[in-house]
Design a protein around this ligand. Structure first.
Ligand code: DQA
Length: 141
């Protein structure tokens, strides 16, 4: 089982950005948690982060034919990106959408997600644990 975990813009700033919303733990802490969980559950995992929409599209395309599941938090691109939706649809890999914060209880624009229609599951407001829940969901699929 190979899972690709993709994080979009500003998620490299975890621990620094708005800690009251996203917590005090860093992106490195998140990757550590994901890798430890993967080891425990016997999953092969790759973590990728980019601030650039096209790089996220490239990474999704590169997963075609060699990845069993994608966990994606597209950050702000969640609310704007048809390109990321189209990339996910192009590769056809089972995908879970994750948000650290409870996006549905924040600003109106955060309630819009371009990728939800494609994703097998959406996990919001569970902090870093949401990523682990997403991995487990993909393994059970
Ligand atoms: C986020 C929520 C988005 O609205 C925001 O732009 C992010 C992070 C989250 O994980 O809660 O960058 O996806």
């Amino acid at each position: 089982m190979k899972i690709l975990v993709i994080n979009g813009p500003n998620l490299n700033m975890l621990g620094i950005r708005e800690p009251s919303i996203y917590g005090k733990n860093t992106y490195a802490d998140l990757v550590g948690m994901i890798e430890e969980h993967a080891k425990k559950t016997g999953v092969c995992v790759e973590c990728y982060q980019s601030n650039h929409e096209g790089c996220l599209v490239d990474k999704i395309q590169e997963a075609y034919g060699n990845t069993d599941g994608i966990v994606i938090n597209p950050g702000a691109y969640t609310h704007t990106s048809v390109a990321i939706l189209d990339a996910l649809k192009s590769v056809g890999i089972p995908t879970v959408e994750v948000h650290i914060s409870d996006v549905d209880s924040r600003e109106e624009f955060r309630k819009i997600s371009y990728i939800t229609s494609y994703c097998a599951k959406r996990i919001t407001g569970k902090g870093f644990d949401g990523y682990l829940e997403a991995m487990d969901f993909l393994c059970e699929k």
